[in-house]
Design a protein around this ligand. Structure first.
Ligand SMILES: *Cc1c(COP(=O)(O)O)cnc(C)c1O
Length: 375
């Protein structure tokens, strides 16, 4: 197979996607992201479990949103749309503005004022989106763009656009193609719930076509302060440090519930503290830097493991433990301020060799380690 680089997700999974030979393909070669074994997490879960990290932060704009956006923007161009519109906690706008720039479309994004991580905002701005900060939360922004899309000739590219869901299901395809089977469990963060809906659809389609013998148990995690699916009711003022899942009225509510029920999985809540612990653990023990929302999948995995959830996961006669995939939805560099806030950074020192050998820990033989979480 040498010589020919693989295309984006549309080229690789064309028969599963709503494109025809005449659809213009707008791609940044999204997808084909690494599936990395996590020794730290496999050990913590125990029972012979193999935990994998699907590092979606390695997509072109740094989140899984690119999988859906390549399809949504290609279809918008095919439909002769001139502008795309979205509400965003950040990553949708970063992705929409990049793909729109590539397609020569205008992009308009509504963001909740003060609630979008710096990296994401910088992306939308530099790609030339018209960014409108609204003094309201994401749910209100989504309601506004829905009304705007009804009144004006623009294409809405939030995940209520079915082409987004179609593209995002390719993450499940890649996991199955890499493992040679479906995982036994999949852990993922849930915000607007488009992604869990999409991935369940992906597993179901692969199963339907006989590509896999079983589908995984789907485990979705919301932040405690933004957990409408866990509580069974809307959350008016969602709160969490994980801005990508700070959503109180998920658009794909039914899809998330169906994924959890049909797979005998669950949607559960994790605290911000658990999210930040998982965030640091991924960075410091696996070398994988994610944004806080992505760490919700690992926080959830560890919570369930501690509660003995995977005890029943090794059926009699099977030597291997369960295969578990955690979706790491976005890159850590999206939200550098959070990383810096999470770790104690010492004051600058004068350039003195003895002071610096002490401060680096080299003087004491690195006994205390260098990086410490804030108390
Ligand atoms: C969008 C996003 C989510 C949430 O996905 P939904 O489809 O809204 O449930 C989680 N993490 C990151 C990094 C995101 O960008």
């Amino acid at each position: 197979m040498a010589g020919r680089p693989s295309g984006g997700i549309i080229e690789r999974y064309r028969p599963y996607l709503p494109v025809s030979p005449t659809t213009p393909i707008i791609t940044l070669l999204e997808g084909n992201t690494p599936l990395i074994v996590s020794r730290a997490l496999s050990q913590r879960v125990g029972r012979g479990a193999e935990v994998y990290l699907k590092y979606e932060g390695m997509n072109p704009t740094g989140s899984f949103k690119d999988r859906g956006m390549t399809v949504a923007i290609s279809k918008a161009v095919e439909a002769k749309s001139v502008a795309v519109l979205c509400a965003s906690t950040g990553n949708t706008s970063a992705s929409a503005s990049a793909y729109a720039a590539r397609a020569g479309l205008r992009s308009i994004v509504l963001i909740p004022s003060g609630a979008v991580a710096l990296g994401k905002l910088s992306q939308a701005l530099i790609h030339g989106a018209r960014v409108v900060a609204v003094d309201a939360n994401f749910d209100a922004c989504l309601a506004l763009v829905k009304s705007l899309a009804r009144q004006h000739p623009v294409t809405l590219v939030n995940s209520i656009n079915p082409h987004r869901i179609e593209g995002q299901k390719t993450c499940a395809f890649e996991i199955c193609d890499a493992l040679g089977r479906a995982p036994d469990y999949q852990c993922m963060p849930v915000g607007n719930a488009g992604n869990i809906t999409a991935q369940w659809k992906g597993y179901t389609e692969y199963h339907g076509r006989g590509r896999i013998g079983h589908r995984p148990v789907m485990l979705g995690f919301q932040a405690e302060g933004a957990a409408p699916l866990v509580k069974g009711r809307l959350v008016k003022h969602p709160r969490t440090i994980a801005t990508a899942i700070r959503i109180g009225n998920p658009a794909s509510w039914q899809g998330a519930v169906a994924a959890a029920e049909e797979s005998r999985g669950a949607i559960q809540a994790v605290s911000d503290r658990q999210i930040l612990d998982a965030y640091r653990l991924l960075a410091q023990e696996d070398g994988v830097f994610v944004e806080p929302a992505s760490a919700a999948s690992v926080a959830g995995l560890l919570r369930l493991a501690q509660a003995g959830y995977f005890k029943k996961a090794r059926p009699a006669g099977r030597r291997q433990g369960p295969t578990i995939v955690c979706i790491l939805t976005g890159h850590g560099l999206k939200d550098p301020e959070r990383a810096i806030k999470s770790i104690r950074l010492a004051r600058p020192l004068p350039p003195s060799l003895s002071a610096i050998s002490k401060a680096t820990g080299l003087k004491e033989g690195l006994s205390g380690g260098i990086i410490r979480p804030r108390p």
